[in-house]
Structures are given as structure tokens and as C-alpha cells.
Design a protein around this ligand. Structure first.
Ligand SMILES: Cc1ncc(COP(=O)(O)O)c(C=O)c1O
Length: 391
């Protein structure tokens, strides 16, 4: 395979930003209103429409981390209140629980899907469990039906907060990701399926909770900036609660409005790339993701394409990662198990052995580049490189 100096580096998750987004950002810059304002409201309304919920049930915020934090904050967690989540996630999931005053409790993954295992959740529930925080990892839907049954059987009042950072287009049992629990939290980080630079969204079942999250995202003021400084003239505000600075801006919305309009078209392309890997990598001594059949009832968002480099391959995951980098192919690891991190080990006594499936996955998993900027030839370049490496 050629690796000449002209071969460009394949950036792992480069976003595709079109002229529509660029022109909208320019118009916003010229408009004089850069902060939270009318374009943010439009983006929220469009997102609500995409999800089939009322606009009063959504609020755009600065990131998925903010969305998770504000959702957990609504639960008024007390010390020792427990929130059960997966060890195979980004640290933002765990940190949000800690900052909201709760104790993160782990339930191991199902190694076939890498999503949280409902049976492990059932074993982790205690009288202190206040919420379950499933992550639709890579865009593959969690078994929400089974999680609801587990909660019902527990006899406890337990909230569900869905981490949909990877799952904007995901559908599970006919329900759209983020609408199944009490809260759904989305990310618009640069590598995500919908990109606004940084950004996030909350969908909440309870309109009062959403209104409170909106207020808290803007310092806890009774009026947001658009209402204080908008065309109806200045009006006074009061501090209702000590809030945070977690608001979304019209510059971000300028990207989001057009990214959302293209989401379904982009999803078709993501699915093609995913399937191209799935057939092109067959036959290698590695574990490919489980096939996924999309129906009206269930849908994969195809955020990431990950393989497992296990002992049967005779190779270490990090060697493969380095070999791909040498061939100018960007990769990622999603994720190391949270049990591998020193802070959580020291604070909660977590060990890799306590969550064996997540630990194994975290050591073996490798994400191939999946970006809308990739051509079929780019994907073939990655597939050929993998065959080369294992030859
Ligand atoms: C599963 C998961 N949850 C939460 C986040 C946090 O998202 P954000 O960067 O928008 O705060 C990420 C980001 O990568 C993620 O992958």
C-alpha cells in the first residue's frame, strides 16, 4: 500500500460543514446577536420536531456534559444517592454524577453489544438507587425495554437519564433515543453526528424540569439575555437560584439548524461506510461489531465503527493503532473502562476485575475512522491497511 508524503492523514472524525452552515454563521456574526437568541430557539424547535416532542420539552445547552449535569441536578441527589451507569463510556458520564452530588455505581456491559447489561443493572440496584444512566454506545440502542422491566421489578422509584451523545438518530422499540427516559442528553461536539463546535441538548419529560434547566443554564436568572436585551427593550431580572454558565449560542445554532436539516441524508452515508467496513473486514482474526438490521422499530445511529483486537488475533490493540497511525490513518479508543482510571479506583475502589467485560472491551476495542468527509476509496484504504497489517 502506498504511504507517500502526498497521502493525506485520514482524520478520525472530521465534521462535514457545508456552505449553508458557513453562510448562516456569517449572517449571525453580521446580525449583532451572537449569544442565546432567536436562532437558538429555532434550533430547539427544529430538534423538538425531529424528536416528535413539544419545544417546551427541550433546551439547548453548552455540551452534553452540561446536559447530563443539569438533568442529574433536577433529581436533587443527596450524599450516598446512587446512579447506575456503564463502565464503558466517556468520563463525562461519571463526572456529571459526581458533580451533581451522587455516587456512581457501575453495571457491566453485554460484551456482544458493549451496552449496559440489564441483568447487571438488576444486581446493582439498592434502596439508594435514584437513577439509571444508560449510554447508547456507538449509536447502538440499549435494551430500554429490559431496563424498564428491571426498574419495575425493583419496586423502587428510579429515574432514567439517557446519554445520547452517540445516538441522535437512534430508535429503540419504536421510540426515539432521548424520549424514553425522564431526560435525554445529546452532544454536538465536533466528532459527533450533528456538529455545532461544542453544544448539547436536553429533552425532558417534565416541562418544569426543563424550564428549571433552562434557567440554571443562564446563571439562574428569571429572564434570559434575549428577553433582557431584545427588541422589546431592557427589563430587570432576578436571581431565582444560583445557576451556571451553560447556555447555547446563536453562532452554534447557525451550524445546528443546517446540520439537523442534513442529518437523515448524512445518516444514510454513515450507514454505507459502516457496512463497507463490516463486509471489508470480514475474515480478519478480529471481532467485528454485531450486524444491525434497521427497521421502523430499531435503528443504529452509526456514530462509531469499532472492532475488537482480542488474543485470537495474536496482536495487541495498541500495536494495530500505532500501525494505522504510521499509515496515516486516524483511529480512536471508545473507551477504556472507567475502572482503569486512578481517581475512580482511589475514590470508589473500582478495579478492572470488578467489571470484566468492560475491562476486556476497553483493552481490545479500536474505532476505525468514520467521517462524512471520507470517500469509498478512503474506507477501502483503511480496509486494505488492516488486511496488510494482519497478513
Ligand atoms: C458517551 C458520552 N457521553 C458524554 C459525552 C460528553 O459530550 P460533550 O463533549 O458534548 O460534553 C461524550 C463525549 O464524547 C460521550 O462520548
Amino acid at each position: 500500500m502506498s504511504n507517500s508524503s502526498e497521502t493525506p492523514f485520514l482524520v478520525f472524525g472530521a465534521p462535514l460543514i457545508g456552505e449553508e452552515e458557513i453562510n448562516e454563521v456569517i449572517e449571525t456574526l453580521r446580525s449583532g446577536w451572537l449569544g442565546t437568541g432567536p436562532k437558538t430557539r429555532k434550533f430547539e424547535a427544529d430538534f423538538a420536531d425531529y424528536k416528535g416532542v413539544d419545544p417546551e420539552n427541550v433546551v439547548a445547552v453548552s455540551s452534553c456534559t452540561s446536559a447530563l449535569y443539569l438533568s442529574l441536578h433536577a433529581l436533587n441527589l443527596q450524599p450516598d444517592d446512587e446512579v447506575i451507569t456503564t463502565p464503558l463510556t466517556f468520563c463525562a458520564t461519571i463526572n456529571s454524577i459526581i458533580h451533581a452530588g451522587g455516587k456512581p455505581v457501575l453495571a457491566d456491559i453485554d460484551p456482544h453489544t458493549n451496552n449496559i447489561d440489564p441483568d447487571a443493572v438488576a444486581r446493582a440496584i439498592t434502596p439508594r438507587t435514584r437513577a439509571i444512566l444508560p449510554v447508547h454506545l456507538y449509536g447502538r440502542p440499549c435494551d430500554m425495554q429490559a431496563l424498564r422491566t428491571v426498574i419495575r421489578n425493583s419496586g423502587h422509584d428510579i429515574a432514567i437519564i439517557e446519554d445520547c451523545a452517540h445516538a441522535i438518530e437512534t430508535i429503540c422499540g419504536g421510540e426515539k433515543a432521548g424520549t424514553m427516559g425522564d431526560f435525554g442528553c445529546f452532544s454536538f461536539y465536533p466528532t459527533k453526528n450533528l456538529v455545532t463546535g461544542e453544544g448539547g441538548m436536553i429533552i425532558g419529560k417534565n416541562k418544569e424540569h426543563v424550564a428549571r434547566a433552562r434557567m440554571l443554564s443562564g446563571h439562574g436568572l428569571s429572564r434570559d439575555a434575549w428577553k433582557r436585551f431584545g427588541s422589546s427593550g431592557y427589563s430587570h431580572y432576578s436571581v431565582e437560584e444560583p445557576g451556571f454558565k451553560m447556555n447555547f449560542t446563536d453562532i452554534q445554532a447557525s451550524l445546528g439548524i443546517h446540520q439537523l436539516a442534513k442529518l437523515e441524508k448524512h445518516w444514510i452515508r454513515r450507514a454505507q461506510i459502516w457496512e463497507q467496513y463490516q463486509s471489508g473486514l470480514k475474515g480478519l482474526p478480529i471481532t467485528l461489531p454485531e450486524d444491525f438490521v434497521n427497521t421502523a422499530q430499531d435503528r443504529h445511529a452509526y456514530h462509531l465503527y469499532t472492532v475488537k483486537i482480542g488474543s485470537a488475533s495474536g496482536r495487541m490493540r495498541d500495536d494495530i493503532l500505532n500501525e494505522l497511525t504510521t499509515r496515516k490513518i486516524g483511529t480512536g479508543v471508545h473507551y477504556q473502562s472507567m475502572c482503569e482510571h486512578k481517581y475512580y479506583q482511589d475514590t470508589y475502589g473500582w478495579t478492572p476485575e470488578s467489571q470484566p467485560h468492560a475491562s476486556a472491551a476497553g483493552r481490545e476495542t479500536l474505532s476505525m475512522p468514520l467521517s462524512l468527509r471520507m470517500t469509498d476509496a478512503d474506507v477501502d484504504r483503511v480496509i486494505t491497511a488492516m488486511h496488510d497489517i494482519f497478513r
